[in-house]
Design a protein. Sequence first.
Length: 97
Amino acid sequence: VWFAAHCKMFELPCVVHTVDLPLGQWRSNEDAMRAAKAMKVDDRIVWHFVDGGSTNDGFRAEMKELCQRKSCMVVSDSNHAYEHTHPEMTWFSQVVT
């Protein structure tokens, strides 16, 4: 929501794909969606509430296909442990442009 709001503020023509665990940091997924709607950025967000987060095979397939069609940038703000972050960034480094 924060990133989408900044994209809107700076008039950047982008869409934010957010990936969160089904019961992520928010009290509920609906809270995140309500916050986006209140900030009028809900049209800029594609929500992915998936088991496994960014390691989910379905999510990765969708991101790979998207990055083949458009320029992509990844902002990772999840599990900051090396054991999670290094493999995540290694995978994304192969698909982002």
